[in-house]
Design a protein around this ligand. Structure first.
Ligand code: SAM
Length: 268
């Protein structure tokens, strides 16, 4: 007697299934994160003054300044980032065109209408005073200036346990992964959405096809969990929990539980 599920097994191992797998081994030529620089370039003119809000080590600010004949200011509250940013700016020979300051977005020592463009990449997730930060950024923007935001939101696929784990991410601020919360803050700061692009999984596909960071994150996650007690004893529960959550970030983007989104905002 053949097994009762022979039809299903035959379908599973038949050519229709394998054809699809073969198709999935071919790249869909996803767009990569360089697109964000291309997008910024469309709004920049030589001589413009740009703010990088949450500049970290100034990697992106240096690239923007080099590519667009502009000058820039980077702010970040974390001392080690500012030290690295200053070294990177010096090493790039751009100290006359880039200044970096240890500051928060919600206290910017610049006059109203000082900047032609604001770059804010992967920062809003961590901003504790979202209203203060966006209000202050809007204040220092020229009337025709653009604010480019790249940030990540939770989707309906991020279930209760996932969300609970993400709350143990030390960097993120509760609520800032909610699209409604962030877009309401844009409105309160009088910032109008001119353009909104959901990046979806494309940047992840792009990176995975080249350097496999998702695979590396999973490998690290397995090793983290297998050394759980030791790592907690040596480094603390908070660090263990944070790293566990952070190693899910890219994977959740792949799975559509987290959605990266790009906005271009103006002052109406
Ligand atoms: C994920 S990193 C992204 C850094 C950089 N923009 C990039 O794309 O490589 C987030 C950065 O936001 C900074 N940050 C967090 N809260 C901030 C605030 N209130 N104002 C300015 N920067 C902030 C952090 O220190 C960190 O450097």
């Amino acid at each position: 007697m053949p097994p009762r599920n022979l039809d299903r097994l035959t379908r599973v191992y038949g050519p229709a299934t394998w054809d699809v797998y073969e198709r999935l081994d071919e790249s869909l030529n996803p767009q990569g994160p360089d697109w964000l620089h291309e997008l910024a370039g469309r709004y920049l003119q030589p001589g413009d003054v740009v703010l990088d809000a949450g500049c970290r080590d100034a990697e992106h600010l240096i690239r923007l300044v080099r590519a667009n004949q502009i000058t820039g200011v980077g702010v970040d509250p974390v001392g080690i980032h500012i030290e690295r940013a200053r070294s990177a700016v010096d090493a790039a020979g751009l100290a006359d065109r880039i200044t970096v300051d240890q500051r928060v977005m919600h206290e910017l020592p610049y006059d109203e209408g000082h900047f032609d463009f604001v770059w804010c990449r992967d920062v809003l997730e961590q901003v504790d005073d979202l209203d203060g930060a966006l209000g202050e950024v809007a204040r220092v923007m020229k009337p025709m200036a653009r604010l480019l935001v790249y940030t990540t939101f939770a989707t309906h696929l991020l279930d209760g346990r996932d969300a609970e784990m993400m709350r143990r991410h030390i960097g993120n601020v509760e609520g800032n992964l909610e699209v409604g919360h962030v877009e309401a803050a844009f409105r309160r700061a009088d910032l109008r959405i001119e353009r909104k692009d959901a990046i979806g999984t494309e940047w992840r596909e792009y990176a995975e096809e080249r350097t496999q960071p998702g695979s590396r994150a999973l490998l690290r996650l397995s090793r983290l969990r297998r050394q759980r007690d030791d790592i907690i004893a040596g480094h603390g529960q908070d660090i263990y929990d944070h790293i566990e959550a952070n190693l899910h970030w890219e994977i959740f983007q792949f799975l559509g539980k987290l959605l990266p989104v790009v906005y271009v905002l103006t002052r109406p």
